[in-house]
Design a protein around this ligand. Structure first.
Ligand code: ADP
Length: 476
């Protein structure tokens, strides 16, 4: 494949090296997906304590004196299939704890820690490293938000910048007193540029300076321009609406593959799924004549978990069943336990995080419920599609962009893949579950919908092509 261009991806997380959320999956999946579309991608992340073991096998390619209180050195190597730059700055990253917080909460110097990452990323992009010069700097979330700003204010050297929002809730707040420490120009401290409610936000800095802004679904891209979703940044994003787009995440179809499960199944041989359902019913003691639904989720307000106790009693009375796997808010964990206690043999709950169980749940269940209040992209509805476990989702963000709701029209056209509802409240959710019961009772329509779902493409190919086209358009 001919190389169309080069990308330096700047981020705080990357699978398989460091992960606290979906951001890491995206940063880790893009290099090989983009390679297939002609874009050579290298990833820059901090050398956190747990990653310093890799340095010995890497080559030192960059030295940065005076990097917010100490030296920074960048090492390069191909590790686990990723062309990886590690920024080693022990005074900033060689610590016990997570990437953003230690035992006492968030690291006090997070503004400097991620300004350092952004500063080095911007310089490497502008000047090139050992003859490798990117055409595009791809910054991810607030942790890399200053990188487009450094390119804009200190010289871009012909490099275009793209900022991707994975989660607008984290905005990289920093005190205004840090303005010059963080190497930001004082004359840009006004509401049209760096100023954010009297202080600084690295995410806002990126949003006002990047050549392009993306987020992880087209619907979320539109929602972010509205107060209910933008979390204070809606006006900033709306002001740049002609430079904002949404590109859906993909899922790793090698890891999420019904053919690789035990028992295995596929769109052609669904008998394995029936066996998986029987095993799941036995494992959880949930045996129902109607649809067996699952929830695999963080138990938080965002995910609409509080609605389950309001809608599930009617659902189980009509023959449905539910298995919940998740952890999070203690009050919601308690509510899930109480729901299971009230409906023995119909509802079961497992509090915790369990990848293996999650695979068994998607294999054996009939439907996955995702009643989120907002959802930038969402992954579990895509696992549901792939496993013929029909998604019942709130029509928001990436959920709205990945599920085609069953209706007389979509069933007649043979394109339905699940059920969507709006708004995220108990009335609409309850009506969606009634639709699920009716669809399940119509064996022909159910089988057709399941097939449509399993044939829906959820891999990275489409998304990688969209990123590749975006990059190509910017550098043209
Ligand atoms: P978010 O990133 O907001 O939590 P996503 O749907 O984008 O939501 O991704 C969540 C990921 O975490 C999915 O891969 C989901 O299967 C997984 N997950 C969430 N909770 C659990 C759990 N308790 N056990 C196993 N996997 C879980």
């Amino acid at each position: 494949m001919q190389i169309r261009g080069r990308v330096l991806s700047v981020a705080s997380e990357c699978v398989p090296f460091i992960k606290t959320g979906g951001l890491a999956d995206v940063v880790g999946a893009l290099p090989s997906a983009l390679a297939g579309a002609g874009w050579e991608t290298r990833v820059l992340i901090p050398a956190y304590r747990a990653l310093r073991g890799h340095l010995a096998a890497m080559e030192e390619v960059w030295h940065e004196g005076a990097l917010f209180g100490g030296d920074g050195r960048v090492y390069f190597g191909r590790i686990d299939g990723v062309d990886l730059y590690l920024l080693d700055a022990p005074h900033l990253y060689d610590r016990d704890g997570g990437p953003y917080s230690g035992p006492g909460g968030d690291w006090w110097d997070n503004p400097q820690r991620f300004a350092a990452l952004s500063w080095v990323g911007a310089r490497m992009a502008r000047e090139g490293v050992s003859g490798w010069k990117p055409d595009v700097l791809h910054a991810h979330d607030w942790q890399a938000g200053f990188a487009p700003a450094y390119l804009a204010y200190h010289g871009a050297g012909g490099v275009k910048s793209v900022l991707t929002i994975h989660n607008i809730a984290f905005q990289g707040w920093a005190n205004v007193g840090l303005l010059s420490d963080l190497r930001l120009p004082r004359e840009q401290f006004h509401p049209g540029a760096l100023e954010y409610f009297g202080n600084l936000s690295s995410l806002k800095a990126g949003l006002v300076t990047a050549d392009w802004i993306t987020t992880v679904s087209p619907t979320y891209a539109e929602e972010l321009m509205r107060p209910a979703f933008g979390m204070g940044l809606e006006g900033v994003i709306a002001a740049r609406r002609d430079r904002v787009s949404g590109i859906l995440n993909g899922v790793d179809t090698a890891v999420w593959s019904p053919e690789a499960e035990e028992p295995a199944f596929s769109v052609k041989t669904l008998s394995g799924k029936a066996k998986a359902r029987a095993a799941l019913s036995a494992e959880f003691g949930v045996d129902v004549p109607g649809p067996l639904a699952i929830v695999v989720s963080r138990l938080t307000d965002q995910k609409g978990i509080d609605l389950l106790p309001l809608v599930i009693p009617d659902f189980v009375a009509a023959g449905g069943g539910l298995i919940v796997l998740g952890s999070g808010d203690p009050a919601l964990e308690g509510a899930m336990r109480a729901l299971a206690a009230r409906h023995p043999g119909r509802v079961a709950v497992r509090i915790g995080y369990d990848e293996g169980l999650s695979h068994r749940l998607f294999s054996g269940a009939d439907a996955v419920l995702v009643p989120s209040r907002f959802e930038p992209c969402g992954l579990t509805q895509m696992y549901g599609l792939r496993y013929g476990t029909l998604p019942v989702v709130a029509a928001t963000g990436g959920l709205a962009d990945t599920v085609i709701s069953a209706s007389p029209a979509t069933l007649a056209a043979g394109v339905a893949t699940g059920i969507t509802f709006y708004p995220t409240d108990a009335l609409a959710f309850g009506q969606a579950l009634s639709k699920l019961l009716a669809l399940h009772a119509d064996a022909k329509a159910w089988a057709q919908t399941q097939k449509n779902a399993m044939r829906h493409p959820v891999g990275w190919e489409t998304s990688a092509a969209a990123y590749a086209d975006l990059f190509a358009g910017l550098v043209r």
